[in-house]
Design a protein around this ligand. Sequence first.
Ligand code: UDP
Length: 324
Amino acid sequence: MSGRILVFGGAGYIGSHVVKSLLGNCYEPIVADNLSFGHRQAVLTDEFEQADLLDVRSIDRVFDKHKIDAVIHLAAFIQVGESVADPAKYYRNNVVGTLNLLDSMVGHGVKKIVFSSTAAIFGSPQYTPIDEAHPKSPINPYGQSKLMIERIFEDYHKAYGLSHIALRYFNASGADKDGQIGESHNPETHLIPLVLKAINGERENVKIFGSDYDTPDGTCLRDYIHVEDLAEAHRLALEATDRFSGGLNLGTGVPTSVKEIIGAAEKITGKKCPVEYAPRREGDPSKLYASNEKAKEILRWVPRYTDIERIIQTAWNWEKNKKF
Ligand code: UDP
């Protein structure tokens, strides 16, 4: 497949890597973003439209101007804690905003969407690795908002023939191997960039949220998946929408603990990471990692970064030479 792909949220961390992957594979990405969190410098194409999911006319304008073949939608608020404090913001932006996008797609005859969903739709794991059959029971408004959208897709599929693939990311991490783009959140809440910032002196230390979990070293296990592998999966999902509609779990299937992340970062940087032991963070399950069998089969996708040190190496290269 080739064609013009609208990447909504294409100026963000994952979106910018998706755009790079599309550019390298004969697609023509058109980026739409309101730049509330995204970075214009992260967009590696001139095809950029400032648009907002809550401004229907700005969405319609993009579809009127460009002949769009399919949509990749990554524009969302993503902070779990904030979603608990201000759920209205999350339901309005993530759910209502997506409805606006879908209605504009339907109105313009666009029938394919790849969506950034999250492992948070599963809530507290009942078993690991988490496969697609795992019960979906989010424990915060962020996860709820993403699950609601997945369910809306199913109804739009039946009613309007909209084919969708919802990719449920586990822990997105790392940076572009060429150093052009990488993670730059404000505020930063993710473990790997926080560890690297503690190592290079930008932060006093990193807090280890809980060391008494039922895991081999007492710290939480997560599934860190490289952002280039995620980006590749979006590109392949565009092609797979012809043969599949539904949700897929995207991880490496390899559990890594907080202490292992810190150890790997110290090895790569050759420096000590100042740490502080802190209480458990509310809502953190002890183990969260994916079964990626279905994603591999449906997408014909294989994650390339299965070694956490290689992932952290790319994040460190970016941290030292950040462009934005
Ligand atoms: N974590 C931590 N200290 C931090 C940030 C995160 O110990 O400052 C832990 C967190 O409890 C979780 C893991 O690191 O077990 C990954 O957290 P992150 O916020 O990066 O992603 P999440 O798993 O919440 O999506």
